[in-house]
Design a binder for this molecule. Structure first.
Ligand SMILES: NC(=O)c1ccc[n+]([C@@H]2O[C@H](COP(=O)([O-])OP(=O)(O)OC[C@H]3O[C@@H](n4cnc5c(N)ncnc54)[C@H](OP(=O)(O)O)[C@@H]3O)[C@@H](O)[C@H]2O)c1
Length: 264
């Protein structure tokens, strides 16, 4: 809302995955601070509804994984903004693998959004980003240790993390900062149907607030919640503990697995 717009220095920001969850909260908060925020996702109507409710939001419907996504986004971004100060890559999807009924195609689907979607978005945005630019991507703590059924999701976020870290090395000399965000469990449409325990689950609103506080410092890595991070660090140091005791407790219940199999 106009009366909530507080910040004087107006950044030009592009957020992908802005129609729901963490991306949506970030977009609205940044617009309320007085920034000009281009919001992208596939759901055009959701983006237009957001833009009509919040001053400073500019809808740009894009499927980041579609053929030609890079060229399409690049051309349309250039029509909407003279420059990009920051991009926040939040577009993502999650599908769970079942070793008993493997869907190998899923690896490609998840990778095409979570990894190649980010590649396409960075390629589209970089020509508009000068020195002092900031690239932010939503990876995940899931890539730090093996979570049950997370073969596709975890691998895609591990690849994304490496891509960003490596880009951080090469873009440093151009004055562009790169931040990898590794969150734990956040209550959004993505996690709404999860049928297993989600320790230290936090709200999307709280995650967006914490992210915004830390993003202003442009660190290379943002990782929270801290208690999940500690649990995972312990698992990395003591793999036996992770494989035998912690990871099995993050599996869905046996009866749930049985029900899922009989439903297929
Ligand atoms: N929630 C968690 O616990 C958690 C934890 C760690 C990391 N993350 C990561 O944080 C990011 C945001 O997740 P979230 O929890 O906020 O999920 P969400 O509410 O499901 O939001 C995902 C967003 O991505 C968009 N999207 C999906 N596929 C797309 C595509 N092909 N092209 C363009 N946009 C696409 C969706 O909009 P459309 O469907 O309209 O395209 C939506 O706006 C994701 O990258 C996720 O992996 C989430």
């Amino acid at each position: 809302m106009a009366n909530q717009r507080r910040q004087t220095h107006c950044e030009h920001i592009w957020i992908t995955g802005a129609s729901s969850g963490i991306g949506r909260h970030l977009a609205i908060k940044l617009a309320n601070l007085g920034h000009r925020v281009i919001i992208s996702a596939r759901n055009r109507q959701a983006l237009e509804d957001m833009a009509s409710e919040h001053e400073g939001l500019i809808p740009l419907a894009v499927d980041v994984a579609a053929p030609g996504a890079k060229e399409n986004a690049c051309r349309r971004l250039a029509q909407l903004t003279p420059r990009l100060d920051r991009i926040i890559l939040s577009a993502g999807c999650c599908e769970y693998f079942d070793v008993d009924r493997p869907d190998w195609q899923m690896m490609e689907r998840v990778m095409s959004v979570n990894y190649f979607g980010a590649v396409n978005s960075i390629a589209a945005a970089l020509p508009l980003m000068g020195a002092n630019g900031h690239i932010v991507a939503m990876a995940s703590q899931a890539s730090r240790v093996p979570f049950p059924r997370a073969q596709a999701y975890g691998a895609s976020k591990a690849a994304l993390t490496y891509l960003l870290e490596s880009l951080g090395v090469d873009l440093h000399s151009k004055g562009i900062d790169v931040t990898v965000v590794q969150l734990g469990f956040v209550d959004t449409p993505m996690t709404a149907d999860n049928d297993f325990p989600m320790p230290f689950l936090m709200s999307a609103e709280a995650a967006a607030d914490q992210l915004l506080r830390q993003l202003s410092q442009r660190p290379r890595l943002i990782r929270f919640p801290r208690r999940l991070s500690w649990m995972i660090s312990l698992g990395q140091k003591m793999p036996g503990l992770w494989y035998r005791y912690i990871a099995p407790r993050l599996s869905r219940a046996q009866e749930e697995q049985q029900r899922a199999r009989t439903q297929v």
